[in-house]
Design a protein around this ligand. Structure first.
Ligand code: ATR
Length: 267
């Protein structure tokens, strides 16, 4: 019987995950289906329970349910435990394991696809919400020397204290970074310039947000202010999906060429 998976979220209509997992399944010859599951904002537990209760083999979890999922699962992998958010549920008999593949997706894209150096890199992480929280552990494991900066400084302070890293308010950050990662949701509102422009001069800038047909506001802004390199987060989306696929199927899909496929679909 074909194994069923889905991405659960609200809204979920524009999720690229079904397209990405269909490509992985095709490449690896896995017999699986991957759909979309839109749940009411207060209805995560019921929708997830019904899908998995009816034989679903796993779920990806997107906004706004990553915290609901963390509370709902029976156990956490190390990345989920550290980040407080679950983006992948792996079913093992009656046991639902909550995992988080976002952090590893980010560092795989930075290291393997883009070839940026993280070991010893002076790295500035913008934002202190769920996205930033999910990235810190992986960036630290890759050897980055991290500072977290946030508009609301108290959030940066508490995150920094938890992970033993430096922190700042967005308006206090100075120049001199090898890598700058934007984990704020400001791109959604069309805002790219979050810090003094000198901050991105000669640094490599990564936006965890992505856009298929044009540079994101942060990437465009960083390019305009002398960044050495820029990338949006489409590669991270694909790499986090590849890690989820591996957790479910024990097969690692080849990810090369998928960004180009998605960008050409959108044209
Ligand atoms: P997520 O889970 O997607 O990270 P979140 O927890 O709501 O979402 O966090 C959003 C992050 O983007 C926060 O760091 C937020 O800063 P505040 O903590 O000060 O709210 C940041 N953010 C959102 N809009 C922003 C903007 N216009 N300028 C700067 N930071 C912004």
């Amino acid at each position: 019987m074909t194994d069923r998976y889905a991405v659960i979220g609200n809204p979920v209509g524009h999720s690229l995950s079904p397209r990405i997992h269909a490509a992985f399944a095709g490449r690896t010859g896995q017999d699986m289906e991957y759909g979309r599951l839109e749940a009411p904002t207060n209805g995560f537990a019921r929708a997830a329970g019904e899908f998995l209760g009816a034989g679903g083999r796993g779920l990806n979890v997107t906004l706004p349910f990553k915290l609901d999922a963390w509370r709902w699962v029976d156990s956490h992998d190390e990345a989920a435990a550290a980040s407080g958010a679950v983006n992948t549920i792996v079913v093992d008999g009656k046991h639902n394991r909550g995992c988080n593949t976002d952090g590893i997706g980010l560092t795989r894209d930075l290291l393997d696809n883009l070839g940026w150096k993280l070991d010893g890199a002076r790295t500035l992480l913008l934002g202190a919400g769920g996205a930033a929280q999910g990235a810190i552990g992986s960036l630290m494991r890759a050897g980055a020397t991290l500072t977290v900066a946030n508009r609301t400084k108290s959030r940066a302070e508490s995150l920094a204290a938890r992970f033993g890293i430096a922190n700042a308010g967005l308006d206090e950050v100075d120049a001199g970074w090898d890598v700058v990662v934007n984990a704020t949701s400001a791109s959604v509102a069309g805002i790219g310039g979050l810090v003094d422009p000198r901050v991105v001069m000669d640094s490599r800038c990564y936006d965890m947000f992505y856009a298929l047909d044009s540079p994101t506001p942060f990437c465009a802004w960083a390019t305009g202010h002398g960044a050495k390199a820029v990338s949006d987060g489409l590669g991270m989306l694909i790499e986090q999906a590849a890690q989820a696929f591996f957790l479910w199927r024990d097969v690692r899909p080849e990810t090369a060429g998928i960004t180009a496929l998605l960008r050409s679909d959108a044209r």
